[in-house]
Ligand binder design. Structure first.
Ligand code: NAP
Length: 248
């Protein structure tokens, strides 16, 4: 990140709600122009944009389905055409879904969908943005994974596999691009209060967490902002947990 006055762009996938929204607003506070990706929830994406403006920056909505390679590459190519000479220097791969079931009962479609969005989504979005980061010799890639991808969680073989795959890809890609001053890290939350965890029995689950509560999206966003900053230059290929002591 240079100290010049050029516009600095950060793309946050799944920024219409939850952790993605909090990350988008937090990076806006650091002066980034935010590309707010979402797949279907235009109104919520607009609400994120409103919060970005209230935080003193600006942004634009960029709708695409991260699991669809053509949709994603098309949207990113169009953005580059409309912004000649500009590049996206911070990428937060945050979009994700859960479709929990014991493996014994899991429909193949629920296995596929979770891998398509998380794991293929990571490839579909990251691959087209890498070249410009390499040419610019600066970049930050932050992948939202999960405790489930480190420890494995019963009822989440699909989700654990997807997040575990991204963790391995994070470590591999970090080694490929380190010399170009691009860092690639993963953030692994435990239970964070968002729509994704809205159906979970919070009162029961929080008894298992040493801090005695679910985390807030803004707490995850602080960690992402640090990893996006110049100050984290010597951290790459890492998976950083943020789980209230649930698993260390
Ligand atoms: P959330 O509240 O359910 O929000 C999910 C976001 O992803 C929404 O913005 C949604 O867009 C977007 N999205 C879903 N499918 C997409 C697709 N195919 N293409 C583009 N965007 C898509 O989820 P969250 O809790 O904030 O989770 C964010 C990330 O953190 C996920 O990767 C999740 O696995 C991870 N995580 C969450 C927790 C937790 O406790 N909440 C814990 C560990 C890891 P629309 O609004 O358009 O649907």
């Amino acid at each position: 990140m240079g100290s010049d006055n050029r516009k600095r762009y950060a793309l946050v996938t799944g920024a219409s709600r939850g952790i993605g929204r909090a990350v988008a607003v937090r990076l806006a506070k650091d002066g980034y122009f935010i590309l707010v990706n979402f797949v279907s929830n235009q109104q919520e994406a607009e609400n994120t944009l409103e919060e970005i403006r209230m935080a003193g920056s600006d942004g634009e909505l960029l709708r695409f389905d991260v699991s669809n390679a053509d949709d994603t590459s098309g949207a990113l190519a169009k953005w580059h055409e409309e912004h000649p000479g500009e590049y996206i220097e911070v990428l937060v791969n945050n979009a994700g879904i859960r479709k929990d079931n014991l493996m014994m009962w899991m429909p193949a479609d629920d296995w596929r969908k979770v891998l398509d969005i998380s794991l293929d989504g990571f490839f579909n979005v990251t691959q087209p943005l890498l070249k410009n980061m390499i040419v610019a010799k600066w970049g930050r890639i932050i992948n939202m994974v999960s405790l489930s991808g480190i420890k494995g969680m019963a009822g989440q073989t699909n989700y654990s596999a997807a997040k575990g795959g991204i963790i391995a890809a994070t470590k591999a890609l970090a080694q490929e691009v380190a010399k170009k001053k691009i860092t690639v890290n993963a953030v692994a939350p435990g239970f964070i209060r968002t729509d994704m965890t809205g159906d979970l029995p919070e009162a029961e689950l929080k008894k298992l967490i040493p801090t005695g509560r679910f985390g807030e999206p803004s707490e995850v966003a602080e960690l992402v902002a640090f990893l996006a900053s110049e100050n984290s230059s010597y951290i790459t290929g890492e998976v950083i947990s943020i789980n209230g002591g649930l698993y260390t």
